[in-house]
Write a protein that binds this ligand. Sequence first.
Ligand SMILES: [Fe+2]
Length: 339
Amino acid sequence: MLDLLKEKYFNEIYSTGFVENDLSLPGEMIDGIRGHYAPKVLGDNDFPKFFAKNEHQAYMESQYIGFMMSNFPNVARKWLKQMYDKQYDTAIYGECACLERVLQYLMDNGFGEFFRARYMIGSYDVYLRSTHNSRATSYHTDLPNFHHFYETENDLSVFVPLVDLNDENGGSITVLPESKLKVPSNVLLKLLYDHFSKDPRYLDKDGYVDPDKIDKAAMQAFGKTKAHQDLLAAHKGVISMALRQYTKDFRKPKEKAGKVLIFSHKNFHAAEPWKNEKMDREVYILRFLPIYDVKIKLTRHLHGRPVNNFLLDMKEGTVTRFDGPVDMAKIAEGEKLRI
Ligand SMILES: [Fe+2]
């Protein structure tokens, strides 16, 4: 994170969990985002989709879910859908209809000033909606999963409430600062590269591992390797320490509709219950990836939707949209972070 953000902002996010700032999306942009998602069917929920191809992730949640996912996937899928429907009425990943406008607004209004790194990938967006009947989201970290493939411990999120999150309404997020405890995951990129770069079937012409060439069986075989199992065990250990020792150290930022909050969803985080019966909690999240010097390409799709196709140049203050994912091989080596 130190080579990603300028020192002042690194210190802030490291010690408090957030970069709080004066950036705010204008009211008409908030209305536009809410308007876009308003016609979506309540109950559209992408969360359970992450468990397919990620049975190991299910095991992290609990032995029981993992067992069900491996042995009775159809029953488990229905059950997971019910479980996540209780948490969010709507959770839409990677629609990206509003993403370019919001990225452009952020860059036009000083978003680049926070960064020491030259580039970030604008990966995809997320829309979450929940009611007062929804369950609060308990303490967790968004663990790496094979749908994203390229994931680092320094992935960043811009979190924008579309309605006021405050003491009266509830719904605030809370984050455990990295200075307390965090799950390490950059090493996953090294493990993935070591494993898949040995087989030319998984490489592109530049020698980059191409996740879109890797089938489910090959991914599952990687999941069972000792190296990956060791990483999962490390994750599990850190997660249990966080839940046992650090729940009192979660910090809450000041939030209101439109206010831009920068944090990392790789830090432990949670969301308070929503209390307002008259309106729903709606939040919009943008996901950003740093570019490391590892020869791994970005995936084309997330749950069938195109992702990873925006490049933010912090020096020039520009947002460039590509037809496919940003080509990591075209980024100058000197502008990549050391993994
Ligand atoms: Fe999360």
